[in-house]
Design a protein around this ligand. Structure first.
Ligand code: GLA
Length: 558
């Protein structure tokens, strides 16, 4: 008895230790990358949120799309016109499908997409991985398949998935007493008690004094599983799985049910309120003629696991929906660039590449210097996670917004290009066109946003985010390898005083983030001023407050 008690205590301690360790990391792993063929370089476009918030309409969006086409922004590479929050009505239609705000988008979204496509541009849309969006409108958690199909049918090509009103998967599992398999007409085929299950990991049987039936514990937080493997049915078909659970705990519980190693089902148990000891959870499942196996476990050890799984599910639905729509309508597939927006809460850089095409790494940006520097500081450290098909997203641009000075606007844009960030404009681009319909080509903000040499740094095919090579108190030196053996170097003065800094190209040569060959002289071009010069090693700069110098460097040809 004492030995048993001791063993029980040791096992419980081991299970708790595993559960605690798992809670701090992502344990649900997939090794496939999202691989939908888009965002091989960081996506470029415009979004309604930073300037227009909840005041958007079809008229505004069409004006924006026209301005994008006319101003030269489209030619510079910006292609997505993204509706952020508040495009939708507060009700879904009778088939549970999204509807656009009746007043602001009276024709619905599909005709708007067609109009914008005619301008050679693509359309993006927004929802939240929760019951509601951040502006409390209907959202997609639990509606993934229908919403993905709706977006594919509308011709959407970019999708931002926010995190407000999220309900994570519970990390606790229900306590299983037995399972019963029956046919749809109620005939019982098999009944297996807990002791018939094969238990893996920390799963084991328990009893309590009041109720004699044994039940399975230790299925929570990815620490154990239970498999019933002798379920025989007479023919292939749909069956009812009833799981008898011991009611315990004032919290939600979840089990993943895997039938025959492949079909997956979700099973939820509510916080218990009932006065009876046993509860019943039911699923309609598919079984095959002969012997079947059913496995129960909870794969979620942390909130990171839950978020990774929910974002992955939506991504899979998007891929499925665009493929099915193309097949059904015999058209070319329009893959959807999938933007994950959970503000870096669940370390999306660790799982985002498998789930989608880009992932926000920070909270929302604002049009002021402190916000831009804070976001840069967070995002610049995550360089190793970015690459073709999957990008760190330090949020949409505020260039041209608030009271950012021209130097600050230039610095913001250059930093985002060095960080291989998505370039999603957040300003009112209609103001680049004057009353007579002419492009204001002298506009300093337009010149920044269409600077082809800066954009080429962002869009470089190698797809490597810059590394911070050096950081003295005031000036950071960033280095980004480029294709064809060229390299970009950016000096960034974050603070309010003039400051001087230099960098040695020779010191950079052996680093992994410099692709320059070892040669006698280098040609350098400062991309804002167009100043060209050569050097055999050192570049020195005195930088104004809140400013950058950004160079494209290559070996000097003989
Ligand atoms: C969140 C996102 C923003 C924007 C708003 C819309 O805050 O991070 O980028 O989409 O929601 O409500």
């Amino acid at each position: 008895m004492i030995k048993n008690l001791l063993q029980f205590a040791q096992e419980t301690a081991a299970a708790i230790a595993t559960r605690t360790a798992n809670a701090a990391k992502v344990t649900v792993k997939s090794h496939n990358s999202y691989n939908n063929g888009v965002a091989l370089t960081p996506p470029m476009g415009w979004s309604s949120w930073n300037t227009f918030r909840n005041k958007i309409s079809e008229k505004l969006i069409l004006e924006i799309a026209n301005a994008m086409a006319k101003s030269g922004l489209a030619d510079a590479g910006y292609q997505y016109v993204n509706l952020d929050d508040c495009w939708q009505s507060s009700e879904r239609d009778e088939n549970g499908r999204f509807v656009a705000d009746y007043e602001a988008f009276p024709r619905g979204i599909k005709p708007l997409v067609e109009d914008i496509n005619k301008l050679g541009l693509k359309v993006g849309i927004y929802s939240s991985n929760g019951t509601h969006t951040c502006e409390d409108l209907p959202a997609s958690l639990g509606h993934e398949a229908v919403d993905a199909a709706t977006f594919a049918e509308w011709g959407i090509e970019y999708f931002k998935y926010d995190f407000c009103h999220n309900k994570p998967f519970p990390t606790s599992a229900p306590f299983i007493e037995s399972i019963i398999i029956s046919t749809a007409d109620g005939t019982e085929i098999a009944a297996l008690s807990a002791n018939r299950a094969e238990l893996q990991g920390h799963a084991r049987l328990a009893t309590d004094t009041k109720h004699p039936n044994e039940y399975i514990i230790g299925l929570s937080s990815n620490i154990g599983s239970a498999t019933f493997s002798s379920i025989e049915v007479p023919e292939d078909g749909n069956y009812v799985l009833s799981v008898i659970i011991r009611k315990k705990g004032q919290y939600y519980k979840y089990a993943r049910v895997i039938v025959n190693g492949k079909d997956e089902y979700d099973m939820y148990a509510a916080p218990t309120r009932g006065s009876t000891p046993d509860g019943r959870l039911q699923l309609n499942i598919k079984l095959k003629k002969g012997i079947n196996t059913i496995r129960f476990f909870n794969p979620f050890a942390s909130r990171m696991d839950a978020a990774a799984c929910q974002y992955t599910r939506m991504g899979e639905e998007l891929k499925k929906a665009t493929k099915e729509y193309a097949k059904k309508n015999d058209t070319e597939e329009k893959p959807i660039c999938y933007s994950i927006c959970e503000w870096g809460f669940n370390r999306p850089w660790n799982w985002g590449r498998q789930a989608g095409n880009l992932w926000r790494t920070t909270l929302d940006i604002s049009a002021n210097w402190a916000s831009i520097v804070a976001i840069y500081e967070q995002n610049v450290r995550l360089a190793k996670h970015a690459g073709p098909g999957g990008w760190n997203d330090p949020d949409m641009l505020e260039v041209g917004n608030g009271d950012l000075s021209i130097e600050e606007n230039r610095a913001h844009f250059a930093l985002w290009c060095m960080m291989a960030a998505p370039l999603i404009l957040g300003n009112d681009i209609r103001r680049f066109i004057d009353e007579d319909g002419n492009v204001k080509s002298d506009d300093e903000v337009l010149k920044i946003l269409t600077n082809k040499e800066l954009i080429a740094i962002d869009q470089d095919k190698l797809g490597v985010q810059c590394r911070r090579h050096k950081s003295n108190v005031k000036v950071d030196v960033l280095v980004k390898p480029l294709e064809d053996g060229e390299t970009a170097i950016c000096f960034f003065n974050k603070f309010g005083d003039k400051s001087t800094e230099s960098v040695s190209i020779r010191e950079l040569l052996p680093t992994e983030y410099c692709t320059l060959p070892n040669t006698e002289e280098y040609e350098c071009r400062e991309l804002w001023t167009g100043e060209d010069f050569t050097t055999d090693d050192i570049i020195t700069n005195t930088l104004d407050p809140h400013s950058v110098k950004i160079y494209r460097i290559k070996a000097k040809e003989d």
